[in-house]
Write a protein that binds this ligand. Structure first.
Ligand SMILES: C[S@@+](CC[C@H](N)C(=O)[O-])C[C@H]1O[C@@H](n2cnc3c(N)ncnc32)[C@H](O)[C@@H]1O
Length: 425
């Protein structure tokens, strides 16, 4: 088994992983100093030797990752600059022109950095991936209005083979941009995915009360890149990847089958599910970790709340929800140059709502406890929350006993482990 920082090459997106003590999920490195903060200052992830590139000898980026001066970028929300950009984007011919330009820039910069965007897409489209969609698609799924929009310059958003065939390259391109100090794509992946995975495991160890991780759900798994990272990192867990795009999960499953045919079999094969993240149809209390990686910037606030409620229902007591995505407080994101933030807004319909949302507050509102948020790379935060082992269920009953003029109040609270019927607010 590979140690922390060593690449595990399941799939073309390499992922870091560290050894787990049998069934316990402890990392093999004894001395780690992760500082977890609640989003008000800079954050460091760990300490070890820094290389000149700013990447640690253990393969993950050293903090502190810097926060800007604002609570959210001025190009988002209701700010004048934000409204001006939104007005420009709403002019259809201008939007079409921007989308075209944006695509050329994305493809060009990816290929310049060694990501063979067009080749990967062509290979996918020429394969027999199409049959997987028939096997996985749940035809009863109703797509919410917020989902059937132009995302990432694709008129059909996430619901097309073209989008599905380009996801892997687009993800690599995003990672290269996010970790500019990395020497190459592999190093950038180690940093971005490694810090995220470490934040999850560290948090779970501290807050779960039982560090054993048996089942993991990756909501918004796309073509399975984050899902494979989770499966590589927690090899003893049964991992499920779920996405609302049947095209994307088809690509994920197709890749697994290709790898299995080439002799790369997992001890516990990943399950792929086509479903709505807010209403998965999966059994209550059947997961130890529910992860949403880069999902909620694609959702309006109501949908994010729905996703959190469903995660709450699916987690076992002591379970961990983890959301990683763009950080409104990231200095780099706050200082993006106008062409870049215009491009971002033009390709992400829910950007303004996302950046204005109080994610940590929403997590508490839904019922999670010990909510923590930290920058895990220069652009992204990972927010974690726990489903308390002890949950209050039902109405308290009051019993007041009068004894020689002194009243004794007995409150009979029905405390129990979170039960299947416990619905978050
Ligand atoms: C940027 S991709 C996620 C990437 C992936 N998790 C990773 O880290 O590489 C966002 C994904 O979320 C999915 N998604 C968005 N809203 C969803 C919802 N309500 N339920 C399930 N999946 C959703 C999209 O289809 C898309 O595949």
């Amino acid at each position: 088994m590979a140690a922390w920082g060593q690449p595990s090459v399941w799939g073309s997106q390499m992922c870091v992983r560290w050894q787990q003590k049998k069934g316990k999920g402890f990392p093999i490195e004894a001395s780690r100093s992760t500082s977890i903060i609640t989003s008000s200052s800079t954050t460091s992830v760990a300490s070890s030797t820094m290389l000149s590139s700013g990447v640690s000898s253990k393969g993950f980026l050293m903090g502190p990752f810097q926060e800007g001066k604002l609570s959210q970028p001025s190009w988002t929300g209701d700010e004048p600059l934000s409204r001006l950009v939104s007005a420009l984007i709403s002019i259809k011919p201008l939007f079409a022109l921007m989308s075209l330009g944006a695509r050329q820039v994305l493809i060009g910069s990816a290929e310049k950095n060694g990501v063979p965007w067009r080749k990967l897409s062509e290979e996918c489209l020429a394969s027999d991936v199409y049959a997987e969609k028939d096997l996985l698609e749940d035809k009863s799924v109703i797509y919410p209005d917020y989902y059937v929009k132009n995302f990432h310059c694709y008129p059909d958003g996430n619901l097309s083979w073209k989008a599905a065939s380009e996801v892997e390259a687009a993800t690599s391109s995003m990672i290269i941009r996010a970790i500019p100090k990395a020497k190459n794509l592999e190093e950038a992946i180690k940093v971005l995915r490694g810090n995220w995975l470490r934040a999850i495991e560290d948090y779970h160890l501290v807050h779960s009360g039982n560090p054993e991780i048996r089942d993991i759900l990756d909501v918004g798994c796309s073509v399975g890149i984050s899902t494979r990272c989770l499966a590589d990192t927690f090899p003893s867990a049964q991992v499920t990847g779920l996405d609302l795009s049947p095209y994307f999960v088809a690509v994920a499953q197709h890749k697994d089958k290709k790898e299995a045919a080439a002799g790369k079999r997992r001890e516990k094969p990943i399950h792929w599910v086509h479903a709505l993240g807010e209403n998965t149809g999966l059994r209550a209390q059947s997961f130890d970790i529910v992860s949403l990686a880069y999902v909620i910037h694609e959702c309006p606030q109501d949908a994010t709340k729905g996703l959190l409620k469903e995660a709450f229902r699916l987690l076992r007591p002591g379970g961990t929800v983890a959301l990683t995505d763009n950080s409104p407080k990231s200095k780099i994101i706050q200082n993006l140059p106008p062409p870049l933030f215009t491009l971002m807004k033009a390709s992400e319909p829910w950007m303004d709502e996302y950046y204005s949302m109080d994610l940590e507050g929403l997590m508490y509102e839904v019922g999670f406890t010990n909510v923590k948020s930290q920058l895990t790379d220069p652009r992204h935060r990972t927010a974690t929350g726990s489903l308390s082992n002890l949950q209050f269920r039902g109405e308290p009953s009051l019993l007041i006993i009068m004894y020689r003029g002194t009243s004794l109040l007995i409150v009979d609270m029905k405390w129990s482990n979170a039960s299947e019927g416990l619905a978050p607010q």
